[in-house]
Design a protein around this ligand. Structure first.
Ligand code: ATP
Length: 411
């Protein structure tokens, strides 16, 4: 504050009573207007009042700040609350809740919580496990963050060979989605899904994507091993949500890659991990059983290990159409070469000869050969690809595969 040299502070006034002094000064002013002391005192008074108001405001602000920080500190000290699902509610408004680890508890529900029903997500106190509040877990499908959802662009034309497999997939998945009335008229139920099995890289995912494209269906891709490893304690719920999402976005194809990770026959060791996989698998079976063959949701499972698959998943009414997708024969390999070289600038390349050279190669490996051949050309600063580039590429891919196999054996 800028100090006013003319201000006379009250302590400096040599009067026993301030009011009397003010009065006498005011009289003086009315008598002779030459004395300015009362004015100065009023000014002083005003300034002091302003200062007081400012200090009071500051104090209120600081108090509010302190309260906020204090509240935050108290909140940070509180133990976190658990998230659980309501299994059932009894007539006394108490609930059976299920924790993510699968354990169930009979809990008291806060009186303020109305309309709680089975299936709701709730938060519960860690110690007492009593239900404190409801949380909105449903509706906006959290599951969308964890699965791949797309409208694939792959076409039947992008698949080399696999003529028989394509026909089967068309019959089991495409036809019921496109012409359900045919099935109704004839009076048969199409399968709810199929199981594609065979070695890695043979086009199982490609087949599933192509049928999603041809039926303009939403494609939801889930990887079985991720379902049980990444989302520990959440697998069963995720399966439930995936099917709910599929119904909401129908027509939908749910593609479960590595389904053996969920549906493998296993020794019942009774470990918690074991129980978790089992719960997820049971939920998957329940979901598949819960819809009809003519609903516009279809399930395509894929595995490289049909030998270890639990028979429950392929029982009638589930994924009961098994389609083997094996390594391509020579004609298949030629077709795959054709698919992957359509956009390549080839010079005197004999694809037929190449198809003979890649015995035992999968579709994925043939694609890798085409890419590598392109690289050989680019390294030599050429704009076209030759037979020799392909031959070198085949050796490279073969060598890398052998190396990988060797590392797998060692490691
Ligand atoms: P995995 O069992 O490892 O999941 P997969 O059988 O699902 O393998 P895909 O993912 O479909 O194999 O194949 C990988 C890639 O290999 C495809 O994206 C495609 O580029 C190529 N490919 C595989 N098979 C074929 C095929 N028959 N025709 C054309 N391309 C193919």
């Amino acid at each position: 504050m800028k100090e006013d040299k003319n201000v006379v502070y009250s302590e400096t006034l040599d009067v026993p009573n301030l009011d009397d002094a003010i009065k006498s000064e005011t009289n003086n002013i009315s008598v002779k207007n030459t004395n300015t002391k009362p004015n100065k005192m009023e000014e002083e008074n005003k300034t002091l009042r302003q200062n007081l108001t400012r200090v009071q405001e500051e104090s209120a602000m600081l108090r509010e700040l302190f309260n906020n920080v204090n509240n935050e500190l108290n909140n940070l000290k509180k133990p976190a609350l658990l998230v659980a699902d309501v299994v059932s509610i009894d007539h006394k408004n108490n609930a059976v809740i299920k924790l993510p680890n699968g354990n169930k508890f009979y809990s008291y529900v806060s009186k303020e919580l109305k309309d709680l029903k089975a299936g709701d997500g709730v938060i519960v106190d860690q110690k007492s496990l009593n239900v404190i509040d409801k949380i909105d877990a449903g509706g906006n499908f959290d599951v969308e963050k964890y699965v791949i959802i797309e409208k694939p662009k792959q076409n039947w034309k992008d698949i080399g060979g696999l003529g028989r497999e394509i026909e089967e997939v068309k019959e089991v998945i495409e036809l019921p989605l496109k012409k359900p009335y045919l099935f109704e008229k004839v009076g048969i139920m199409p399968p709810k899904g199929v199981l594609l099995y065979g070695p890695p890289g043979t086009g199982k995912t490609l087949l599933a994507k192509a049928v999603a494209h041809s039926t303009d269906a939403t494609f939801i891709e889930v990887v079985g091993s991720e379902l049980v490893q990444k989302f520990i304690g959440e697998g069963a719920k995720l399966v439930k949500d995936i099917f709910a999402l599929a119904r909401a976005k129908a027509p939908t194809i749910i593609f479960i890659d590595e389904i053996d990770a969920l549906a493998a026959t296993r020794m019942d060791t009774g470990t918690s991990g074991e129980r978790e996989v089992n719960r997820t698998f049971m939920q998957l079976l329940a979901e598949i059983d819960g819809f009809k063959g003519l609903d516009n949701v279809k399930v395509i499972g894929a595995t490289n290990r049909i030998d270890i698959l639990d028979a429950a998943i392929i029982r009638p009414g589930r994924l009961d159409r098994l389609i083997e997708v094996d390594l391509p024969d020579e004609t298949g390999r030629l077709e795959i070469f054709k698919v992957h070289t359509t956009k390549m600038n080839l010079q005197k390349v004999k694809l037929k000869e190449l198809a003979q050279l890649v015995d035992n190669f999968s579709g994925a490996e043939i694609r890798a050969v085409c890419t590598e051949a392109g690289y050989f050309a680019i390294r030599e600063d050429r704009e076209y690809v030759t037979q020799k580039d392909f031959e070198q590429a085949i050796e490279k891919v073969r060598f890398e595969d052998e190396d990988n196999d060797h590392q797998k054996m060692m490691g």
